[in-house]
Design a protein around this ligand. Sequence first.
Ligand code: FAD
Length: 281
Amino acid sequence: MSHTDVVVVGGGIIGLATAWRLVERSPKTRIILLEKEDQLATHQTGRNSGVIHSGIYYKPGSLRARNCRDGKKALERFCSDYGVAWEMTGKVIVATKEEQLPALERIYHRGQQNGVACEVVGKNRLSELEPHAAGIKAIHVPESGIVDYPGMCATLGNLLTAHGVDIRLSARVTAIRQSTNAVEVVCGDQTIRAAQAVNCTGLHSDRVAKMSGQKMNEQIVPFRGEFFTLKPDATHLCRSLIYPVPDPRFPFLGVHFTRTVAGGVECGPNAVLALAREGYR
Ligand SMILES: Cc1cc2nc3c(=O)[nH]c(=O)nc-3n(C[C@H](O)[C@H](O)[C@H](O)COP(=O)(O)OP(=O)(O)OC[C@H]3O[C@@H](n4cnc5c(N)ncnc54)[C@H](O)[C@@H]3O)c2cc1C
């Protein structure tokens, strides 16, 4: 059995950022990070739209709104300090029909309350910002941006290793046993005894929480989001980020055009009920 102070389970952005924050707060803390894949950021973190969200949509004063605002600043600072590719491209949320205007107005007010720099623009200004977006009104959010999340995770991984964090890949946690003052994390034929374990396992977080004896009311129901990539001769059609007004009937869906840090443009995601948590095909 090996001993440490903290075990972080999961090598996506949340696990890596959690370990990094622990290092920043208390550099002497001994940390082991366990990731079941043979690379970091292979799941949600490496397969998302790469957008730095401004926090415009979230309920003012909510933890989510505050977390998004604080996280955005921390992310931008981190990427600037460590040379991770990011860009403040700006974003437009575009109403194409009259009936979307009240929702657009509500989002704008939320943005104002959350301290997001944003303005409502008409057709003319929209066509200056995004000449190929057909809308009747829009919100322009100049402070939204894009980032290389896998690149950020690679940088975090290198920093953590340089600060003595033991990152173990191909290390799937299969059991967690808790006692009053310690937690034992079982991974393959090894058991690690720690003062604390942090569950950052994304799509598996409900299962991993159950392993530790937690009673869970929540369960992950997987949906797969599919993206298209615009052909190179069509990428000029989108300059930054073009989003629709969210439809409350489909709260997790909002097909958007996203410029990536690599220079391409993606369009998606849709939402397909997936029969597997990591079923990407
Ligand atoms: C289609 C889509 C688009 C998105 N677009 C954006 C966007 O543009 N901007 C944005 O900010 N957010 C976006 N998100 C959300 C964002 O991607 C997630 O919130 C974030 O990546 C979650 O990170 P995570 O570390 O919690 O999860 P993950 O990246 O999934 O990492 C969890 C890790 O835990 C590991 N793990 C699981 N079980 C175990 C185990 N038993 N033992 C060891 N390791 C284990 C997994 O292998 C995985 O690497 C998007 C999400 C989706 C699905």
